[in-house]
Design a protein around this ligand. Structure first.
Ligand code: GDP
Ligand code: ZN
Length: 452
């Protein structure tokens, strides 16, 4: 980490300005060699976080007139000396400044290296670092809000509360192992059980909220199914025309199928394109195709499109029954009905729809929202866990806590209980990126004067 790194912080190309960012122990020297401030006196007594005008030059050749922002260690994003060179927006100008910094000893930054340094220097925890990536790649306002709330540390606070509870539990156990004959009142079983329950409750709530969080971040995996000619492609195209989401790539997800993204009422839908399968073959054969079944099984949401007053097929009935908890039925082409009457045996809730007349879209949106938020008012600004890696760590932590509860309620020696709790702690530290082993003992001993 002794390297000084440099990178273009803005997108390559023509713009009104570009920003070249420099961070590390050599940053100050490099700037001193290349930057001639208009007023040296002001530059020398310049405060952190102010901009200074001057010229940037390579030896005696002036490259551009620039504004330089200085953020000295440790009060900078990375925790190191950081300089941001605001230059004119031509790609050549920025490139030449970049190359000059390299020639004077900087190294090109790896992707994410500024954030990584911020993390290593304790400026960000892993949750916040990952939130930055999410914020940059957000595709809807809702997911941007979510990332922003994670960045602001609200989520970290809840997780630190959880960690705290687990540490307290561990401290109880360690104390009772070390001093079994002590009649320290804090060591009673009941308060231990309470701590454990509290920790379990926090973890459970977080996991519950993470379902919504994950959907807001990655989108609702949505499969549109139905017989040929019911209007699936028309629906897809209508949604795409109106609400196509701009998507490049979502970190942490595999893109093994062709997917289209739309944002419906602020909720991102990943529309899995199974149309080819569904339309190319006879329905019995189609249903035999594993990929289609997997798509249905893995889907968060299935939109089954049917036509009014047509007898449902075996397969449609099967899908309805099997996936009743995640299916929305659209009865399309109601514009063709003579009278408004729709009668579908076996279904009690459907949305009357017409892609042609643009009817039913509002209700579809409402229904999707209702399912995502499960009737609860969840604000995307609430701290929700949404990152797959973080959720997985928390799931492991939760499982370890449950194991601890089993050990606690059995006649297991407390050493075993201690192992379960340590495991839980390990996973929660993995989540935030804290090194558990180093801080564990400090944490315990600062809390309890066991050596009294
Ligand atoms: P898919 O095979 O399920 O993808 O169906 P398509 O989207 O290709 O549509 C089949 C036919 O139905 C096309 O001619 C569409 O124009 C027509 N269609 C789709 N939606 C509607 C609708 O709401 N009303 C009417 N009258 N026709 C529709
Ligand atoms: Zn189609």
């Amino acid at each position: 980490m002794e390297d000084t790194i440099v990178a273009l912080a803005t997108a390559m190309g023509e713009a009104s300005i570009h920003i070249v960012r420099l961070s590390g122990p050599e940053a100050r020297r490099i700037i001193d060699e290349c930057f001639i401030p208009r007023s040296r006196e002001r530059w020398l007594r310049q405060d952190n976080f102010t901009l200074t005008l001057g010229v940037f030059q390579d030896e005696d050749r002036v490259l551009d007139e620039v504004l330089i922002g200085r953020m000295s260690a440790p009060n900078s994003f990375t925790g190191e000396d950081v300089y941001e060179i605001n230059c004119h927006g031509g790609p050549f100008v920025a490139q030449r400044i970049l190359h000059t910094c390299l020639r004077y000893g900087a190294h090109p930054a790896e992707p994410g290296e500024f954030s990584k340094r911020a993390f290593l220097n304790g400026k960000l925890d892993l949750i916040q670092a990952e939130a930055i990536i999410d914020l940059i790649t957000s595709k809807t306002e809702t997911s941007a809000n979510l990332a922003l709330s994670q960045l602001s540390g609200g989520l970290t606070k809840i997780i630190m509360d959880l960690r705290e509870k687990i540490l307290e539990t561990l401290a109880f156990i360690e104390a009772s192992i070390d001093f079994p004959e002590d009649d320290v009142e804090t060591l009673d079983r009941e308060s231990l059980a309470n701590r454990l329950e509290e920790a379990l409750a926090i973890a459970r709530d977080l996991l519950e909220g993470s379902k919504t969080g994950k959907i807001l971040r990655e989108g609702l995996l949505t499969v549109i199914v139905g017989r040929p000619n019911v209007g699936k492609s028309s629906l897809l195209n209508a949604l795409l025309k109106e609400d196509r989401a701009i998507v490049t790539d979502i970190p942490g997800t595999t893109r093994d199928e062709i997917r289209e993204y739309v944002s419906v009422g602020g909720i991102l839908l990943q529309l899995v394109d199974t149309a080819g399968i569904w339309e190319s073959q006879d329905i019995v054969e189609r249903l035999g195709i594993e990929r289609t079944w997997n798509a249905l099984k893995n889907a968060d949401l299935i939109i089954l499109v049917i036509e009014a007053n047509v007898q449902l097929s075996e397969d449609e009935l099967y899908i309805l029954k099997t996936y009743s908890d995640k299916i929305i039925v659209l009865v399309n082409k109601i514009d063709l009905l003579e009278n408004e009457k729709i009668d579908i045996p076996n279904i009690d809730h459907w949305i009357s729809f017409s892609v042609l007349l643009h009817q039913g879209f509002d209700e579809l949106e409402k229904e999707i929202k209702r399912r995502v938020y499960q009737g609860e008012i969840i604000n995307s600004a609430d701290p929700l866990l949404s990152n797959t890696r973080q959720i997985s760590s928390l799931e492991h932590c939760y499982a370890a806590l449950q194991q601890a509860k089993i050990s606690f309620n059995s006649t297991m020696p407390w050493d075993i209980l201690s192992i379960d709790i340590r495991q839980a702690l390990q996973y929660i530290s993995e989540l935030t990126g804290h090194h558990v082993q180093d801080s564990l003992l400090d944490d315990i001993f600062s809390r309890f004067c066991i050596g009294k």
